[in-house]
Design a protein around this ligand. Structure first.
Ligand code: F0G
Length: 349
């Protein structure tokens, strides 16, 4: 039986066996997006790394299994994180499994309902902060040094170690590294982790090339594009509503070492990609996740991208996380009486 990514990649993620906390995360699908290729008239191969298929519905589980296992190994009784939603959902679930306490700080009014419900159901202590994610993360940094509580944000290096396994899986599924890797960028941990994973597989000669890293931020929250901290970040993609990313330097280093870019897309471009994936690929991701595909579409439309390449776009979280945004951006259901006659009328048959 598959037992989660620490077991699968144990040489890369050293830990005492007794401390492993897993919900069997990882091994997510790498989907060929043939309809998207046709739609965009792209003659290369586009793949979607669908991280919404992790146990709590986002890529955060990859880092959380290792961060919480390491915390348990070190005897931790409590963990804490700041979050735009997914980290808190994941931390809460793994803490529940580990039977330790979990405190999550979330920006009041700016987290998708599904994520909030997860943290609550898993028994975390949820604190809504009158401020944004960046401010919440500052509080967490202080709490981690003044109280006996383990930080499980991506400033905890074990988080990125766990997350790098997504790059391993892609290399194994493709039998090579992709030419380009498109990824949403918020706090900038994930782009850092993927780059680390690709480099490790390259250095071990498991693959003979590395991808160009293509990071995309929302235009209202794009500090890595402007080079300046954004004091009041705003975007429909609340997961990446971040103005001062913790892994700023590492993300820029990944961009430069891979010969890539970190660019931005508008909320409209994000929503268009989000809807398109649902409609033509049968893949429901959350708005922030669609930022990777929105970036690819933007480059194709602007004729800034070469044909014939193998592309992977990470879809970081599941669409069910944020039903409000889904419903707001969809056609309303029709209404019918419970009769065939009325149903046929409504369906215009
Ligand atoms: N996509 C989703 C769905 C996310 O939840 C996040 C980050 C990102 C992309 C960006 O990844 O931060 O590694 O660059 N969410 C964090 C959270 C901040 O608190 O759940 P990143």
């Amino acid at each position: 039986m598959y037992q989660g990514l620490i077991h699968r990649y144990r040489d890369f993620l050293p830990i005492d066996d007794k401390s492993i906390i897993t919900l069997h995360e990882g091994a997510t699908p790498l989907l060929r997006a043939k309809n998207l290729e046709d739609e965009l008239k792209y003659d290369g191969e586009i793949y979607l790394k669908y991280e919404g298929m992790n146990p709590t519905g986002s890529f955060k589980d990859r880092g959380m299994t290792y961060a919480v296992s390491k915390a348990v190994e070190e005897g931790a009784k409590a963990i804490i994180c700041a979050s735009t939603g997914n980290t808190s959902a994941s931390a809460a679930a793994y803490a529940a499994k580990a039977k330790i306490q979990c405190v999550v700080l979330i920006p009041h009014g700016n987290i998708a309902l599904g994520k909030l419900s997860q943290a609550m159901m898993h028994g975390a202590t949820v604190v809504e902060i009158k401020g944004n994610f960046d401010e919440a993360l500052e509080l967490v940094r202080v709490m981690g040094t003044t109280h006996p509580i383990h930080i499980v944000n991506s400033i905890n290096p074990f988080r990125l170690q766990g997350q790098k396994t997504a790059a391993f899986e892609i290399c194994e599924d493709l039998g090579r590294a992709p030419d380009y890797h498109f990824i949403p960028v918020g706090n900038a941990g994930n782009i850092t982790a993927y780059w680390m994973g690709y480099n490790e597989y390259f250095n071990l000669k498991k693959v003979s090339s590395k991808p160009v890293m293509m990071g995309f931020q929302a235009s209202g929250a794009a500090p890595l594009v402007s080079g300046k901290v954004v004091k009041n970040p705003e975007t429909i993609a609340t997961a990446i509503r971040i103005g001062n990313p913790a892994s700023w330097k590492q993300a820029i280093a990944a961009r430069d070492a891979s010969g890539g870019i970190i660019d931005k897309v508008t909320d409209r471009e994000i929503v268009n990609a989000y809807k398109l994936l649902g409609k033509i690929e049968g893949v429901f991701c959350e708005p922030a996740s669609a930022t990777s595909v929105a970036g690819f579409i933007k480059l194709i439309k602007e004729k800034r991208f070469e044909q014939g390449k193998t592309i992977v776009c990470t879809l970081t979280g599941h669409g069910l996380k944020d039903p409000d945004t889904a419903i707001k951006n969809s056609v309303k259901p029709l209404r019918s009486k419970a009769t065939i006659k009325d149903l046929e009328k409504v369906l215009k048959l």
